[in-house]
Design a protein around this ligand. Structure first.
Ligand code: FES
Length: 183
């Protein structure tokens, strides 16, 4: 067996780490499940998040329509790393940003918030088979999905492993300087 392959114990550890990262969201989900579907859908149609207390290098995970959404305030280094990637190196050349045309290219600018390049807002579900990737991990310093080893870069673009697409950027907007409305 290739010694770089995660062992089962490693996987359990990584999976536990991933769960911890979405702890807030995980608490919310059972509650939502108990509401009737219409009320739950209404409650979750949009989610507003105050990010005023976040500093560069910090991430939070919020729940939106029952899914984890990663919000990351990127460092200068992360932005530079993402911008330096030639588009030809990308496995998925499409931005996958619901705020842009469906054929928009996966430049860093097309992945980040409009006019606020440090901010990334992405659905935290691996595009392979739906695990929740771990932040600040993997070969490209972005997100790593331990289920089958997909690595995403600092713009959430798939760079290695079986996942076919970049992490999805949902419909969202900054409604104030530090308030994001998702949905
Ligand atoms: Fe993420 Fe398979 S679900 S790599």
């Amino acid at each position: 067996m290739d010694s770089s392959e995660p062992t089962r114990r490693d996987f359990m550890y990584l999976a536990t780490g991933a769960f911890g990262a979405v702890g807030v969201a995980a608490v919310a989900w059972p509650f939502i499940d108990q509401m009737n579907p219409d009320a739950a859908a209404l409650a979750l149609a949009t989610t507003e998040v105050d990010v005023s207390s976040m500093a560069p290098g910090q991430s939070i995970t919020v729940s939106w329509r029952g899914k984890p959404v990663f919000i990351r305030y990127r460092t200068e280094k992360e932005i530079t790393e993402a911008k330096d990637v030639p588009l030809g190196d990308l496995k998925d050349p499409i931005a996958r940003n619901e705020n842009l045309p469906s054929d928009a290219p996966a430049t860093d600018a097309n992945r980040a918030a409009e006019g606020k390049e440090p901010w990334l807002v992405m659905v935290g579900i691996c595009t392979h088979l739906g695990c929740v990737p771990i932040g600040e991990a993997g070969e490209y310093d972005g997100w790593f999905c331990p289920c089958h080893g997909s690595s995403y870069d600092t713009a959430g673009r798939i760079r290695k492993g079986p996942a076919p697409e970049n992490l999805l950027v949902p419909t969202y907007a900054f409604t104030a300087d530090t308030v994001i409305r998702i949905g």
